[in-house]
Design a protein around this ligand. Structure first.
Ligand code: AGP
Length: 607
């Protein structure tokens, strides 16, 4: 997730764009860049790795005079953070900034290279200015060249495009967010409101396939074919801080609601349903024929994802998987075989224990594969191989969208390995891809019922202890649900395998303890119903989360939240979402610092 801004108006653009970038840095800050045109000289362009401050230090204002320009702050998805991969990207006299993922960039790049184009970066974005320039060379005008190029792109984009010699700023949107700010004698484009809330509160929220043309101070909005469309200008009364969270009260809530998009971005460019394939451009593996064991190692929420990954892999690949907490693994001299595969999971890629575990493994010459959300992070750079979640920056300390996208990556890796080992055939993979593709919409269905969780939170916010119970793949899910609650609300919450209840935890049950059950209609359904009866018999309060509209316990429990069905191994992606919402709403009602809970940090970079 990157941040883009553009300006055309009556004032000098440089400082306006730099200020706008600063307000977007929470969207990513690997590198930043700016391009300014003054109606005469060639477009001035500067790019720097690092934050906006680095960029500002690299430019002299009088060198960057002009009243039209683009700027970009990057969250790397393709191509590590570096100056050469920073935006804006230029080809000929066309300059582009982009937020999103161009799924078919490799094929476009090959075709453009055959036309004689040479590329300077590893990014997907760079194909766009080359495409536009190529269409201009073929005799098309700037605007038409952009439209023809947009029709060749697959994936997601929010674009700003300018060309030397034309006082025209073109913007286009597909799946990635983009808005127009309507100022006094000026127009701006931005990834979202924080960037420009200080210059205007009049916004046009663009829709997919919209194309914006700002030419000589006039605004035109059309569809991709050039037919004008009407879009309402809305007056938004947001403060800057509110706008940074997209109108959400906390980053955590925003990130819970970003999960459909985060999941789509993580799938895009990898799942090939027709071919029954899952491809990872950045993946390298040891010899699968000799592999006897896979290890999955992480901390916190990422460890819970590993517990789910284990069940996904073992159920489908029939390869033994051992999981471990990184801080334990690194000190117990694990018995590794040189043919093993060690998968290390970390949202930040900077967790000290997980990095230390990776180093221990590399010393023994064993292959390491990182699953990370931050390109260029230590773990992603120093592991033999890496697969990225494309969840975008996760600002809230409590991990949410990283967790669900980690599970999606595990599931896709299982499909990929299953084809390699023959454990799965093309039809199996096609069927599973079909289920994967439905997940973003199913998560949205849950999010649309968020008010049920807010009500449940209100009823239970003053309880001092919670017990979370689940079986099978729902045991790690309830571990995650309990962690969410305790780390942001400071309420004691613990999770157990439901079958363990009679081996101790049942002694805790009384009328003051809510017991959360995750109990979809699966192979342990009946057993879990018995557990619920035992809780109810002891006056315990049951909060039931299930995919079964007619759960046999529905009439006996305090709360029932029904989420959509999916295949067993993907259920945690869905059943964790109401648990995230429950934790969030309780913490919000209690007034704790949800995004930065006491004693915690987003990345534990010390032991
Ligand atoms: C999760 O909500 C916590 N913030 C914490 O457990 C976190 O998952 C853990 O510190 C691991 O972080 P990582 O994924 O960045 O390695």
């Amino acid at each position: 997730m990157c941040g883009i801004v553009g300006y055309q108006g009556n004032e000098e653009a440089c400082n306006i764009l730099i200020d706008a970038l600063r307000r977007l840095e929470y969207r990513g800050y690997d590198s930043a860049g700016i391009a300014i045109w003054d109606n005469e000289r060639p477009i001035r362009l500067a790019r720097k790795q690092g934050k906006v401050n680095e960029l500002q230090g690299a430019i002299r204002e009088d060198d960057f005079r002009g009243r039209m320009g683009l700027a970009h702050t990057r969250w790397a998805t393709h191509g590590v953070p570096s100056e050469r991969n920073a935006h804006p990207h230029r080809a000929g006299d066309v300059v582009v900034v982009h937020n999103g993922i161009i799924e078919n960039y490799l094929e476009l790049k090959e075709s453009l290279k055959k036309e004689g184009n040479s590329f300077q970066s590893d990014t997907d974005t760079e194909v766009i200015p080359h495409l536009v320039s190529s269409y201009i060379r073929k005799g098309n005008g700037f605007e038409e060249a952009v439209r023809l190029s947009l029709k060749r792109l697959k994936g997601s984009y929010a674009l700003g495009i300018i060309r030397e010699g034309e006082n025209t700023l073109i913007a286009a949107k597909k799946e990635s967010p983009l808005i127009v700010g309507v100022g006094d004698g000026e127009y701006m484009i931005a990834s979202d409101a924080p960037a420009i809330i200080n210059r205007t509160n009049r916004f046009i929220f663009l829709e997919d396939d919209d194309v914006v043309v700002v030419r000589d101070g006039t605004l035109k909005i059309t569809d991709i074919d050039g037919t004008e469309v009407s879009r309402e200008t809305k007056h938004v009364q947001w403060t800057g801080a509110m706008a940074e969270k997209g109108g959400y009260r906390h980053f955590m809530l925003k990130e819970i609601f970003e999960q459909p998009r985060a999941l789509s971005d993580t799938l895009i460019g990898r799942i090939q349903e027709e071919q029954g394939e899952v491809l990872f451009e950045e993946l390298s593996l040891p010899d699968m024929g000799k592999m006897k064991k896979i290890w999955m190692v992480a901390c916190g929420t990422s460890y819970h994802a590993c517990l789910i990954g284990k069940q996904i892999f073992e159920a489908n690949l029939r390869i033994p998987v051992e999981t471990d907490i990184a801080s334990e693994f690194r000190y117990r001299d694990p018995i590794l075989d040189e043919n093993d595969l060690i998968i290390l999971v970390s949202q930040s890629g900077e967790t000290a224990d997980t990095i230390a575990a990776m180093k221990e493994v590399k010393k023994k010459g064993v292959h390491t594969l990182a699953i990370c959300n931050v390109l260029g992070s230590t773990l992603s750079r120093e592991s033999h191989s890496v697969v990225y979640t494309h969840a975008g920056p996760e600002i809230g300390v409590a991990s949410t969208k990283a967790f669900t996208t980690q599970i999606a990556v595990f599931f896709m890796l299982m499909l990929h390995l299953g084809k390699l080992t023959g454990a799965l055939d093309t039809q199996d993979v096609r069927r599973h891809i079909g289920e994967l593709k439905k997940l973003p919409h199913k998560i949205q269905t849950i999010l649309d019922s968020h008010s049920e969780m807010e009500e449940c939170a209100r009823r239970n916010m003053h309880c001092k202890d919670f017990l979370y119970l689940g079986r099978g793949i729902h045991f790690p899910t309830v571990l995650e649900g309990a962690l969410k609650l305790k780390e942001i609300s400071y309420i004691h919450a613990e999770a157990y395998a439901a079958g363990e209840m009679k081996h101790g935890p049942i002694a805790l049950i009384d009328e003051n303890m809510p017991v959360v059950f995750v109990s979809p209609r699966d192979q342990t359904y009946k057993k879990t119903c018995s557990n619920m009866e035992e809780v109810i018999t002891r006056r315990g309060k049951v909060l039931l989360f299930t995919d079964d509209n007619e759960h046999e316990m529905s009439g006996k429990v305090d709360t029932v939240f029904v989420f959509p069905e999916t295949v067993y191994e993907l259920q945690p992606v869905l059943d964790v979402v109401p648990l995230q919402l429950l934790a969030y709403y309780i913490a919000n009602l209690l007034g704790t610092d949800v995004d930065q809970p006491r004693n915690l940090a987003k990345s534990v970079t010390v032991e």
